[in-house]
Design a protein around this ligand. Structure first.
Ligand code: LLP
Length: 421
């Protein structure tokens, strides 16, 4: 569910017309709905009502400070994967006690930062990382609360590039090695095992693989407890899918939560979740303006002012995003098949192939829907294009929460070497 809809023939985000935003801020522009972010955070919190549960929003999906602050006000914690994300979460007011630190390549500096902030938990992904964390923490006289990310050897996720839980993926430690690693934690100074962590993939559209992975985790927790490890938490990662098309039918958060309730029943565990897409995905759109039409066999190219640098998902994962014209069209308005493409000098700079849309003229605007997660977050300045602006809407008000950089700002970190000046 989201808050993008037509009012008097114009596409709105909550009570603000997207045309008004595009007129004021220019295109391409990301627009986020506070009401949608809040609604998603609340639906998830409600689904887990009564359980000891930490909803650690996965900052990588959309780390804009305005988005994070909106979610902080809803009581969300954060799942971070870098020192930068940790600082973002803290800057938005998320308490360190609600932050978990995931990722396969934490540096010593990042560990020191997280230890000095006394974050809730480190999700450790290898023996080598564990040894470094123990060393860093001991030197600081600190103890890191650790969960080992295990690889349950379960495949899931909307695309091979976003599946992470199969044997052979770079994530987590092999299932069979987990026991030995927990024994090692018990022997090491500076680290304390508090939990088990798992994350099997993203855009998962069925409950069964998640249940299979989580049941394996519970088996591991029981075994570890029998061996005397005081496991009090499980981190079950993120991954719940969202509808990108009207026909998509991902499991509702309530079904997901009920499955987790069943699997963890009676275990006395804090359950940590790392939802990203399900909170931010349908809370954002990318607004773009049509520049040109260009004939091609059996279709036309519709060249828009957003490029793959602004929204990478179609190029990277052949991902589908629905497009809605900002100006509503009658059901019987003429339609046309378009390859919707951007201005970037790459053939992969294509948002859709042979997509049927109402006829678009230069100057007409489109909203690329469901772009709130892994949209702006994955964007770049390729082709020396400034990052798209980001706007947050709340009711009838909107604010630019990241402005488009000027050319001078884009090159501000570059200098000519002496020999060229
Ligand atoms: N926790 C961990 C350890 C993760 O690796 C991820 C996502 C999440 C949580 C959040 O997953 P979510 O709830 O958002 O599915 N760029 C890709 C998605 C990459 C996901 C990376 N990890 C895309 O645009 O589809």
């Amino acid at each position: 569910m989201h808050h993008f809809h037509y009012v008097n023939g114009r596409l709105h985000c909550e009570d603000v017309s997207l045309d008004a935003i595009a007129d004021a801020v220019g295109t391409p522009v990301y627009v986020y709905s506070s009401a949608t972010l809040r609604r998603h955070a609340r639906v998830i919190a409600a689904a887990f009502e009564g359980m000891d549960c930490l909803i650690a929003y996965s900052v990588k999906a959309n780390g804009n400070l305005g988005v994070l602050k909106t979610l902080a006000a809803e009581g969300c914690g954060a799942d971070v994967v870098s020192g930068g994300e940790l600082k973002r979460a803290r800057a938005a007011g998320i308490p360190a006690s609600q932050i978990v630190f995931s990722g396969v390549g934490k540096t010593r500096d990042e560990m020191r930062l997280a230890l000095s902030e006394s974050i809730h938990q480190f999700n450790v992904e290898s023996e080598a990382e564990l040894e470094v964390l123990a060393e860093v923490a001991s030197k600081m006289g600190a103890t890191a609360s650790v969960a080992v990310r295990v690889n349950p050897d379960v495949a899931a996720g909307g695309h091979p590039n976003i599946s992470t839980g199969k044997a052979g993926d770079k994530f987590g430690v092999p299932w069979e090695d987990a026991d030995a690693l927990y024994d090692k934690i018990a022997r090491l100074e500076g680290v304390e095992a508090v939990g088990v962590d798992v994350h099997i993939g993203s855009q998962i559209d069925e409950i069964a693989p998640m249940r299979a992975a989580f049941e394996r985790v519970m088996t591991l927790v029981r075994g570890l407890r029998e061996k005397g490890h005081a496991i009090s938490r499980v981190d079950l990662g993120g991954g719940l899918g969202i509808p990108y098309r009207e026909t998509d039918d991902p499991p509702p958060p309530a079904d997901y939560a009920n499955m987790i309730r069943e699997v963890t029943e009676g275990m006395g565990l804090q359950v940590i979740l790392e939802p990203g897409r399900v909170i931010a995905g349908n809370a954002g759109v990318l607004v773009t303006e049509a520049l040109y039409r260009k004939p091609a066999p059996k279709r036309e190219f519709l060249i828009v002012d957003a490029g793959m640098n602004d929204l990478m998902r179609p190029a990277l994962y052949q991902a589908h995003h629905d497009f809605l014209p900002l100006k509503e069209r009658a059901a019987d308005a003429p339609r046309m098949r378009y390859d919707v493409v951007g201005p970037i000098c790459e053939s992969t700079d294509k948002f859709a192939a042979e997509r049927e849309l109402p006829v678009m003229e230069p100057g007409d605007r489109l909203a690329m829907m469901s772009a709130g997660a892994y949209g702006a977050a994955l964007s770049s300045q390729y082709n020396a294009r400034p990052l798209a602006a980001e706007v947050l809407v709340d009711g009838d008000q909107f604010a630019v929460v990241r402005r488009r950089p000027s050319f001078e700002e884009m090159v501000a970190l570059e200098t000519f070497p002496d020999w060229l000046t």
